[in-house]
Ligand binder design. Structure first.
Ligand code: BGC
Length: 244
């Protein structure tokens, strides 16, 4: 089955048709910079543009960087506050004329990794952390997702983890890999003490440069790098867009 996967991020909105049985993108992804301010109407217009680019008429799945309950966005850490309480699934469905399901972006990446990547056939507790503008988390117990965990916002020494260890902060503060790696280690250590994962999967663009920061990570759990890298957001969103 083919589903159009769309990954909505703070800087870009990317989409591609996906074969959800194989976990493969069927066309090269199409990216449009996220409109600023990233308000619902403007983002919806961009989502419609992506669907139009692929002349799409089937189901769509969207990954969104906030808590998403039954299609409704509930938080807005890195997007415009007017998203809070917006029925994103309904809005995107209206502008595209297609059935749409929306899901948290880290949960989408987690679905992709559990189905086609490093989490395949993994039982126990798997924690995926996507490192980008924000810190996104998804947790699976014996392959079942606990949605909207939002562990990027835990506080460590009175500071929000996302404001300490995201990739955006690494760039903003021009941190060395060692300094940032140590911060990431403190964060993962806290997560480990909270949820005791058997496996931690690190995703997001920066995970491609894993050899630069992995030496500073000392968690007890097995820790691996996501296999689907940048495609996880699109493939996972498509998985979530499969009609019931
Ligand atoms: C948001 C999460 C999102 C993560 C990664 C955080 O700021 O609260 O919902 O998954 O960023 O985009």
């Amino acid at each position: 089955m083919q589903v159009l996967g769309i990954d909505i991020g703070g800087s870009g909105i990317k989409g591609a048709p996906v074969d959800i049985e194989k976990g493969e993108m069927l066309r090269e992804r199409y990216r449009i910079p996220t409109p600023q301010p990233a308000k619902p109407k403007a983002v919806a217009k961009t989502v419609a543009e992506i669907a139009k680019y692929f002349e799409w008429e089937g189901p769509i799945g969207c990954g969104f960087p906030s808590v998403v309950q039954q299609g409704v966005t509930r938080t807005a850490a890195n997007v415009h506050t007017s998203w809070i309480g917006t029925d994103a699934a309904k809005l995107f469905s209206e502008v595209t004329g297609c059935p749409v399901n929306a899901i948290n972006d880290a949960d989408a990446a987690g679905l992709a990794e559990m189905t086609f990547g490093a989490g395949q056939n993994r039982m126990g507790v798997v924690l995926l952390v996507t490192i980008g503008t924000g810190l996104g988390t998804s947790i699976f117990t014996n392959g079942i997702l606990l949605p909207n965990t939002e562990l990027g916002h835990i506080e460590i020494d009175c500071e929000e983890a996302e404001l300490m260890a995201s990739d955006a902060i690494r760039k903003q503060e021009n941190l060395s890999w060692k300094k940032w790696g140590k911060r990431l280690d403190i964060y993962l250590d806290h997560l480990e003490k909270l949820v005791w994962p058997d496996l931690i999967i690190l995703g997001g663009g920066v995970s491609k440069k894993h050899e630069k920061f992995m030496p500073y990570l000392n968690v007890q759990a097995e820790i691996v790098i996501a296999e689907t890298f940048n495609q996880a957001g699109i493939i996972g969103a498509a998985l979530a867009g499969k009609p019931f």
